[in-house]
Design a protein around this ligand. Sequence first.
Ligand code: BTN
Length: 259
Amino acid sequence: MIAERMRTKRFGRAVSYFHRIDSTNTFALKVAGERDALHGRLIVAGGQSGGRGRHGRRWWNEPEKDILCSLILCPPEPRAMWHLLTLSCGASICEALRDSYGLPAGMRWPNDVLIDGRKLCGVLTESGEDRLVIGFGVNCNGDPEKLPEDARAATSLRAELGRSVQRWSLLSRILECFERRYALFCTHDTEGLRKQHLSLLGTLGRRVRVWTSGKHPIEGMAIDLEESGRLVVLCDHGPQVSLSSGEVTELKLEEKTKS
Ligand code: BTN
């Protein structure tokens, strides 16, 4: 039923649907390890009992309300560029939300989709031996108030639009947008991708606090995105740095560094 809606060439043409599963990413990683794992195969769930977010966090959902899925890809080398696909997936979700509902969706580097500062969607990219699994969750028809406390600052499409949405039409649109960006990725057109990512990256021009692996966060102004997908931050108390990963919080312009 979901596969029939797809207007893509490969993405989501083969779909495995689970009414309930622990995590679509965990399942997709298992499948991706099999020799004949299909490029473009999509794992979709109505509900997850152990949905995973970044940094070991949980991803909550109300059953049958959201988009919860993981896409298996076999991207070309170099592997070091694969993380660009996380940004591309986020940008595709933003584009689909803007086109379908006129919502001002933007990306918070590197993997969130926000609407007016509230999180609507998260992307979790994980790699196997020669496959990549890109999982994303989009809060569609649920009520953020019913989520556990740590997720209540989130939003849903229903909360934004005041009505329910057709999840699988949106999913189909997201995958169409993503397949187009993936084609650019395969031709190594990283400048083309950068331009597209830049136009949807809400983090740019904002004061940010970024937790990387160090003990103290970096604080400063997010000023650029490199072709490699690294975020360039002009630090308040030091030089300019370019970050390959991290957890970003947007600060108010006047917010002072905490020591
Ligand atoms: C994040 O914001 O930290 C990323 C959240 C990713 C959640 C999705 S839901 C579908 C897929 N399966 C999972 O277990 N996680 C991802």
